[in-house]
Design a protein around this ligand. Structure first.
Ligand SMILES: [Fe+2]
Ligand SMILES: [Fe+2]
Length: 167
């Protein structure tokens, strides 16, 4: 699998939305959907922060502040993810509330990232560079997935490390 980094990121965003539908559907395997979402959400954010954001901020059209804000929103998303992972049981009373907090935090971030960082990158980053970044993004994302990045212990560490980013 290879391709334009923007298209790869957008494909993951649509996958998150699909997993949110499964997480809300009590006839679906909600535990499996939570495992998949947790791994993919963390791997995606880590790959954006390690490979994509630092490269994009070198382009004038991409606003440094938007990039920093993106990383803050990842930290907020991870905090909401941890709260749902700690509920763990789709039949538990707090499941719906924690799920909706997570959906809200992540959807807000996806929308903002698409409208600001990704739109600016589409206008200013050449195709060749976008393809190179696509490859780096996928490698970093796979590395995180292979390391079990969605496990509750790792998400807890991440929340601990980045809690100063969240107000
Ligand atoms: Fe993203
Ligand atoms: Fe992001």
């Amino acid at each position: 699998m290879s391709g334009d980094v923007i298209e790869l990121i957008l494909a993951d965003h649509r996958r998150f939305e699909d997993l949110f539908r499964q997480l809300r559907d009590n006839s679906a395997d909600q535990r499996a959907a939570l495992r998949d979402l947790s791994a993919l959400l963390v791997a995606h954010a880590e790959a954006e922060e390690s490979e994509v954001y630092p490269a994009l901020r070198r382009f004038d059209d991409v606003d440094d502040h938007e990039v920093e804000h993106g990383a803050e929103e990842h930290a907020e998303g991870h905090q909401a993810l941890l709260a749902l992972l700690e509920v763990a049981d789709p039949a538990a009373e707090e499941w719906d509330e924690k799920l909706e907090d997570l959906v809200k935090a992540v959807n807000h971030h996806l929308d903002e990232e698409e409208r600001t960082i990704l739109n600016s990158a589409r206008d200013s980053v050449p195709d060749q560079r976008r393809a190179e970044l696509g490859e780096k993004f996928l490698t970093a994302r796979q590395f995180a997935l292979d390391a079990g990045c969605g496990d509750v212990a790792h998400v807890r560490d991440l929340v601990e490390q980045t809690k100063d980013r969240v107000d």
